[in-house]
Design a binder for this molecule. Structure first.
Ligand SMILES: [Fe+2]
Length: 191
């Protein structure tokens, strides 16, 4: 290899790697104080047009789960009134289609981007012969026109069925108080 090639290779590597990291702040916080939340598969059970709510399946059997947090941009500024569009199974791992919006709904954040919803802890189901871990599907939508900013899934600590879709940054810690589970998660999206 001649000296020109030997000299140019590290420069090319730095330029390519640098541009790659700059375009994807989920890989490294290069210049971004908040890392973008990882995306995750939408799956086949999303239904457009869910109603606004903060309580899901209040009369269903199963342990209650409260999820709360904040919706931020990658400068860590709150995104006022952004929407968390949630869909999930009941505690037996069943998605609902007749009463489709029992466990589907849009949770609106407040002026500080803070959101909060209460639901039933989701069960597991088999898909293509594989057990899916407990999870909640979500989209983050803009307040102005419900533009889709993120589609992802949240998982839970200690689930032995975590599969290949699970990303470590999407696993929630759980706290249990008086029989109710509590989890916090901040979404960081590019508005
Ligand atoms: Fe699912």
């Amino acid at each position: 290899m001649n000296r020109f090639v030997v000299g140019i290779v590290p420069i090319v590597v730095v330029l390519v790697l640098g541009s790659f990291l700059w375009q994807d702040p989920t890989i490294q916080n290069l210049g971004y104080p908040c890392a973008l939340t990882a995306d995750n598969a939408e799956g086949p059970y999303y239904i457009v047009g869910a109603p606004s709510k903060e309580t899901f399946g209040a009369t269903l059997e199963g342990q209650r789960l409260v999820v709360s947090g904040q919706i931020l941009d990658y400068s860590c500024n709150a995104i006022p009134y952004a929407i968390v569009d949630v869909w999930q199974t009941d505690s037996n791992g069943e998605y609902y289609f007749d009463d489709a919006f029992t466990l589907r709904g849009k949770v609106a954040a407040d002026e500080n981007g803070l959101y909060h919803f209460e639901t039933v802890f989701p069960g597991k189901y088999s898909e293509s012969g594989m057990v899916r871990p407990a999870h909640i599907h979500l989209k983050i939508l803009s307040a102005e026109d419900e533009t889709e900013l993120l589609t992802t899934q949240l998982y839970f600590q200690g689930d032995k069925d975590h599969d290949w879709l699970v990303k470590p940054s999407l696993i929630l810690d759980l706290e249990e108080i008086d029989g109710t589970k509590y989890a916090e998660f901040d979404f960081v999206v590019s508005p």
